[in-house]
Each structure stands twice: as C-alpha cells, then as structure tokens.
Design a protein around this ligand. Structure first.
Ligand code: ITT
Length: 200
C-alpha cells in the first residue's frame, strides 16, 4: 500500500487527519514515526505558501508523497490576524490557554456582531516524482466568544463558536468537529484526488 507522510509536528492534527482519511487505501505515517523531529520552516506569507513549503520540504527529504496543512484563524475585527501567525500569536511555545486569552483581550471591546472569524485550512499534497503540489482549501465560519468554553480539540477551539451550532469547537466531541471543520472540508477534496491518483 502506498505510504504518505503527514508533514506536521502537531499530534492533534495527525489524529484529526487520520480519522478524516479513514477508508482511503493509503497508509499515512507521521513525522514522529519517520523519526523526523526538526522544525519545518514556515516562512510564507499565506496559508498556500506555507502548506506548499511544508509538503515539498518533507517530500523532497524522504522522496515520498507528503501531505501537509497550514491552517489558522482569521478574525475580521483584527483584519485577518492571527492568520498565518496563529500558532505563534502568543509567542513561541505558548499554551492553547495563552493563545485564547490573548485573543479574548484583543477583542475585549468588540461587540458580539463584529466578532466574526473563520478557521481556514489549506492542504498540500506533494508528489516528488512529478514535483507537483496539489492544493485544496476548506473554511468554517464562526464568532469569537467572550470566554473559553469546552475541553475538546486544541488551539483556539474553546473561543471559536460555530455559526450553525452556537457551540464552540471545544464543546463538540471529535466526531462532530470532524464533520464540519475547515480541516474536514479540505480533506474531503484531498480524498477525491487520492481516490483517483495514479499511484505507481
Ligand atoms: P505544523 O506546522 O507542524 O503542522 P502547527 O500547530 O504549527 O503544526 P500551523 O502552522 O498550521 O500548525 O498553525 C496552525 C495554528 O492555528 C495551530 O497551532 C492552532 O493554534 C490554530 N489552529 C489550526 N487548526 C485549528 C483547529 O482545528 N482548532 C483550533 N486551532 C486551530
């Protein structure tokens, strides 16, 4: 069975992507399983650039097909921030709680109707044989809450209320988040590519 590397050091992403890609006849391995622990540089200015960078860097090192995602939160009242800086918004090594608190403070004077935001995810599938990088995208619309709610998920999930449900991503069990998330929506498109891919 074809092996595809998941180019992320975020174990929560590995879990989510593995669950979302269940049933695709491909064997996914994590960077941890490959024994690769070095940081992958994210020097791009957009999600597209960073996803492409992560997938092609790892794909070139191992000479194997590689899937990467770059994702983050865009808050309208902050002109799209933290965006590509979502993981580093509260400094290197900040905890999810510190990320959420920093965002809540930044929005403390912003009224409910102006707290709109979205999670975006760009996935890149890099094939080292052809050097082609396929890009797809998914997004989910929401609103930033005024306090942290829920214990599931990771990152900004406790402060991101999904428009359709009125609950935060962290108040949803994994199966529910995985049926509406930005990552789910991107994975659905990657799945289509993988199911028709001419593996050699
Ligand atoms: P890799 O680069 O190794 O994949 P990372 O955590 O640094 O892992 P990103 O550069 O894509 O990943 O940063 C995305 C950040 O955006 C992530 O650390 C979270 O803080 C936030 N984020 C992305 N998807 C999220 C989700 O589903 N729920 C909550 N927060 C999310």
């Amino acid at each position: 069975m074809t092996e595809i590397i998941l180019a992320t050091h975020n174990e929560h992403k590995v879990e989510e992507i593995n669950a979302l890609l269940e049933g695709v006849p491909v064997h996914f391995v994590s960077l941890k399983e490959k024994g690769y622990f070095e940081e992958i540089l994210e020097t791009g200015a957009t999600f597209d650039e960073n996803a492409r960078l992560k997938a092609s860097t790892i794909g070139a090192i191992f000479g194997q097909m590689t899937l990467a995602d770059d994702s983050g939160l865009e808050v309208d009242a902050l002109h799209g921030a933290p965006g590509v800086f979502s993981a580093r918004y509260a400094g290197a090594g900040a905890t999810p709680e510190q990320l959420c608190q920093k965002l809540l403070i930044a929005l403390k004077d912003v009224p409910y109707e102006l707290r709109t935001a979205r999670f975006r995810c760009v996935m890149a599938l890099f094939d080292p044989q052809t050097q082609v990088c396929h890009l797809v995208e998914g997004a989910v619309e929401g609103r930033i809450t005024d306090s942290m709610r829920g214990h599931h998920g990771f990152g900004y999930d406790p402060v991101f209320e999904v428009i359709e449900t009125g609950r935060t991503m962290a108040e949803m069990p994994p199966y529910e988040k995985n049926s509406i998330s930005h990552r789910f929506r991107a994975v659905e498109k990657i799945k289509e590519r993988l199911l028709e891919y001419p593996f050699y």
